[in-house]
Design a protein around this ligand. Structure first.
Ligand SMILES: [Zn+2]
Ligand SMILES: [Zn+2]
Length: 339
């Protein structure tokens, strides 16, 4: 089969490797669509994502496809089923798993990070990671279930209540998913800060109440103009220290700043504890997608979230280095690789 193998920093090669077959309890999936995540770019550039990758590995953890074959003992899915995958395989036996916090699993297997993933024609995964998808869902849309599941965990931790005012920092794929989830959660006012005009336009189309360019517009002025007194929650979706400061600094008294974006592991930031104290600001972070995959698929299947307009490019597997090495799609939206 054909696969894009990651050999180490800045080295991905498309090659023909040995065909794979499912063992007992495993499912062989013919991959139809695999999204490119910020994590994949971080790993390619030599940094660490949510899990540590030991090359050679096939990256890609946001994928969907058709079940090609199943191993002994697999009963929940069969050949021909349309499926997507939760890439984070928790052991269910360690201290964290026993506490219902499986995302902190000490034996976590990451499909597309610690073991081979979806930038290939086929992938083998354990049955429990496989979710069937509704017929109404395209493979490209279903590949978005994992990032939506991650955003849902962030939303759960942020705890937005109907009627609240929410600031989203960054209008990339994650920011635009968060925007839609925040709308669904009943927020009365959603403000999105994003320097790129095309992304601001997309945010307006997807239901933002106010968009602004943080490089040229002052958020306090914009709020005053719209008679907004304070922000209940700010969700940072970029992963830079400066945008995280922006989110914290603009969170109103008693509010929550959710630092959702992934920074470099060594990034540090200044926080003024006195400001947190006098404003009772809660600063939170969110790690991967524990127990949220089913809800993500339900939202997609009922078309409660528009992901079609987030996908800007579909790239053949053969041309994967246009994405990674040549960075040809930088600044675009979601990129989907198709074997
Ligand atoms: Zn991802
Ligand atoms: Zn565990």
């Amino acid at each position: 089969m054909k696969a894009a193998v990651f050999y180490g920093k800045e080295d991905i090669r498309v090659e023909t490797i040995a065909d794979i077959t499912p063992k007992a309890g495993e499912v062989l999936i013919q991959i139809k669509a695999c999204g490119v995540c910020g994590t994949d770019m971080h790993i390619y550039d030599g940094a660490e994502g949510a899990a540590k990758t030991t090359p050679p590995t096939i990256l890609g953890h946001e994928f969907s496809g058709i079940v090609q074959a199943v191993g002994d003992g697999v009963h929940r899915v069969k050949a021909g089923d349309r499926v997507c995958v939760d890439p984070n395989d928790m052991c269910g036996e360690c201290w964290y798993c026993k506490q219902g916090a499986g995302h902190f699993c000490e034996n976590m297997i990451g499909i597309g990070t610690t073991i081979n993933g979806g930038f290939a024609e086929f992938c083998v995964v354990r049955e429990k990671q496989v979710y069937t998808i509704p017929d109404a869902l395209s493979f490209e849309e279903a590949a978005m279930a994992e990032p939506i599941a991650c955003c849902l965990h962030g939303m759960d931790l942020t705890g937005i209540r109907p009627g609240e005012t929410v600031l989203i920092v960054g209008g990339g794929t994650i920011g635009l998913i968060m925007l839609q989830l925040v709308k669904l959660s009943g927020a009365a006012m959603v403000i999105l800060a994003e320097p790129i005009a095309a992304k601001r336009e997309k945010a307006m189309m997807l239901g933002a109440d106010i968009v602004l360019d943080p490089a040229t517009e002052n958020l306090e002025d914009v709020m005053a103009k719209h008679s907004i007194y304070a922000i209940n929650a700010a969700i940072e979706c970029v992963g830079n220290v400066s945008t995280m400061r922006y989110a914290i600094d603009h969170t109103g008294k008693g509010g929550t700043a959710m630092l959702f974006g992934l920074t470099a592991p060594e990034a540090r930031m200044d926080i003024l504890p006195f400001d947190l104290f006098k404003n009772e600001i809660t600063v939170k972070a969110s790690f991967i997608n524990p127990y949220t995959q089913t809800r993500a698929i339900a939202l997609l299947g009922r078309h409660k979230i528009d992901v079609k307009s987030l996908i800007t490019d579909i790239v053949p597997l053969d041309d994967i280095n246009d994405i990674f090495a040549k960075k040809r799609y930088q600044g675009h939206g979601k990129i989907i690789v198709k074997p």
